[in-house]
Design a protein around this ligand. Structure first.
Ligand SMILES: [Zn+2]
Ligand SMILES: [Zn+2]
Ligand SMILES: [Zn+2]
Length: 158
């Protein structure tokens, strides 16, 4: 029933719909993932919220039909293949955001800081690399990974 409504020209410009679908299929293929309706749907949500990190709950709210295990596995495979990365929010809850073009299964570099609004709970990817921050490490110490979260108030809550 839902599919019929989506296909009505009054609700949807089919050429745009097709174009959008092609991009999702290409993205999945590029990252070595078989395209399934569910994967396309989840990836479409990330693309619609580019630059924002979404929690499981936020993703679930936008899905028509889902089960927890399939969603969990989908997010896991996206993460492994370099499509999305994870960042914890202030409460330690995992949030996921779409990666930059340079990420793939081998090279998955998302060392940027994230901004978390403590009022509306929105988490955003910032473009600055965490390498722009300088720490005085003891001699022969090496940083392998860092999670930088800036907590504050976003423009719409301010
Ligand atoms: Zn990545
Ligand atoms: Zn906010
Ligand atoms: Zn990010």
């Amino acid at each position: 029933m839902k599919a019929d409504i989506d296909n009505l020209p009054y609700f949807c410009d089919m050429s745009k719909h097709q174009e959008h679908d092609d991009i999702l299929v290409q993205l999945l293929k590029h990252h070595g993932l078989r395209n399934t309706t569910f994967r396309k749907e989840v990836l479409g949500i990330f693309r619609a919220h580019e630059g924002r990190a979404l929690s499981h709950n936020e993703i679930e709210r936008e899905l028509d039909d889902w089960d927890r295990i399939t969603l969990y596995r989908t997010l896991k495979s996206f993460e492994v293949k370099g499509l999305i990365h994870q960042t914890p929010d202030i409460n330690g809850i995992a949030k996921y955001a779409i990666c930059g073009h340079s990420c793939n299964q081998v090279q998955h570099d998302d060392r940027h800081a994230h901004f978390h609004c403590t009022s509306c709970n929105t988490t955003l990817c910032l473009h600055d690399s965490i390498e722009s921050l300088h720490y005085s490490l003891p001699q022969e110490f090496v940083v392998l990974e860092a999670k930088v979260i800036l907590n504050g108030i976003c423009a719409s809550c301010n």
